[in-house]
Write a protein that binds this ligand. Structure first.
Ligand SMILES: [Zn+2]
Ligand SMILES: [Zn+2]
Length: 204
């Protein structure tokens, strides 16, 4: 067996999004990555399985109905990917929750759709695959990683929306719905209109 240099690994519960690439796996802890690779096809003769261990647990026909009402199942299996698991379970710093609470659900939804349009809306997007931040106070960025709407490669294998096309309004609405499901799951006490009187500093 070839000698492999292994860095001491943090326990999964201590990982932050910055520690994890889209394709990082921790198969022995049941965290995988289902992104299609040539090796996957060579090793397992099919796609949709874990690229590192071949684990075949996702009902892709069910996932690819893109049915927001079935988000319970969709998110359960997405959480089997390490990066998405980390985003669903990370401690949210106060600045993340406060920033969201100040805006409220209505503005967050508008903002989510705008960010999705900017980051993944075009057939060709700036820094494709790396365009969505993994730090900072913007909850929508974590939501995008958590729901596989962070980049077009993830959109393609999770949501069956091919790369190389502009997203339709319907596809953007669908992505926005998923992002808001994450936001409202992670931050429970969001009001519709936010905290109007508190000045919100503009991002960037
Ligand atoms: Zn695996
Ligand atoms: Zn992605």
């Amino acid at each position: 067996m070839a000698f492999q240099k292994v860095k001491p690994e943090k326990p999964v519960k201590d990982l932050t999004p910055l520690d994890v690439k889209c394709t990082t796996t921790r198969c022995r802890d049941n965290f995988h990555c289902f992104k299609t690779s040539q090796k996957m096809i060579e090793n397992y003769g099919k796609t949709g399985v874990c690229r590192d261990c071949g684990e075949d647990v996702v009902d892709w026909d069910r996932i690819r109905k893109n049915d927001v009402n079935d988000h319970g199942y969709m998110f359960d299996v997405m959480k089997l990917e390490l990066l998405r698991h980390v985003c669903w379970n990370m401690d949210l710093q106060t600045e993340i929750t406060e920033f969201a609470q100040k805006r409220g659900k209505r503005k967050l939804r508008e903002r989510a759709r705008k960010i999705l349009q900017q980051k993944i809306g075009k057939a060709i997007n700036f820094r494709e695959g790396y365009q969505t931040a993994k730090t900072g106070r913007e909850i929508i960025h974590y939501a995008m990683h958590a729901t596989a709407t962070c980049c077009r490669p993830c959109m393609e294998y999770w949501h069956n929306i091919p790369m190389g096309t502009d997203l339709t309004n319907g596809q953007l609405d669908y992505a926005t719905d998923l992002v808001m499901l994450f936001v409202e799951d992670r931050i429970k006490n969001l009001s519709d209109e936010g905290l109007q009187k508190v000045a919100v500093k503009k991002l960037r």
